[in-house]
Design a protein around this ligand. Structure first.
Ligand SMILES: N[C@@H](CCC(=O)N[C@@H](CS)C(=O)NCC(=O)O)C(=O)O
Length: 213
């Protein structure tokens, strides 16, 4: 059985939930409440699961690992159908490059601990934190919009099925919307978001569908 250390609003965990659903793999969700004040990711019990004190983490047969994109690569290697990367090697590079723009260059600058440090260590008020948050998404999305407008080759970026590119994109779009960012400059990314949210695998993975009662 696959166990996922999960938080409904975590976009990194959302990526893994999408991949698990696309693969049709059942899993047990183990909630870790990372909301400020609860901070379960910093408790000793969770530190022994993931020393980085972040979600998600995957547990399979008593083995555990963190990092959403590495987890998704492993899921794809161990369960090849349906593939989460295009078949052409250059397109595979492009899909990974698209996903890494989000996972390496946008999301890390906007996670909870970075925003908390801006407030606590640099005296940023909420307006400044929001400016920071939107600015890093905008910088990444401008590059991704250019790429997507040039390369989108079907309902999805790489044809008729979503890949790791959309698995990374859709949670990041959800974060942008949650923090009231204007997405009108990114029509191709918004179209990809709409196409993915037609799919049950994406809808069942969404924060709304995983919000605790
Ligand atoms: N690169 C990691 C990022 C994980 C990450 O930053 N997760 C966030 C939630 S989306 C988290 O646990 N934040 C807790 C914190 O910042 O204290 C991944 O892709 O799994």
């Amino acid at each position: 059985m696959i166990r996922l250390y999960d938080y409904w609003r975590s976009s990194a965990a959302y990526r893994v939930r999408i991949a698990l659903n696309l693969k049709g793999l059942p899993y047990e969700s183990l909630p870790v409440n990372i909301a400020p004040g609860a901070d379960e990711q910093k408790a000793g019990a969770y530190k022994s699961v993931n020393a980085q004190m972040r979600v998600p983490a995957l547990e399979v047969d008593g083995q555990r690992a963190g990092q959403s994109m590495a987890i998704i690569e492993w899921l794809d290697e161990t369960n090849p159908e349906p593939p989460l990367l295009p078949s052409d090697p250059w397109a595979r590079l492009q899909a990974r490059s698209f996903a890494d723009t989000i996972a390496c260059d946008i999301h890390p600058l906007n996670n909870l601990s970075v925003l908390a440090a801006l407030r606590a260590d640099f005296g940023a008020d909420e307006a400044a934190v929001m400016r920071w948050y939107h600015d890093w998404i905008r910088r990444g999305f401008e590059a991704l919009e250019d790429f997507a407008a040039d390369h989108k080759s079907g309902a999805f970026l790489f044809g008729d099925a979503p890949t790791m590119a959309e698995i990374a994109l859709i949670p990041q779009v959800a974060n942008a919307r949650r923090f009231k960012m204007d997405l009108s400059a990114f029509p191709t990314l918004v179209a990809l978001d709409s196409a993915c949210l037609e799919l049950d695998a994406f809808r069942r993975a969404s924060p709304e569908a995983n919000q605790p009662a």
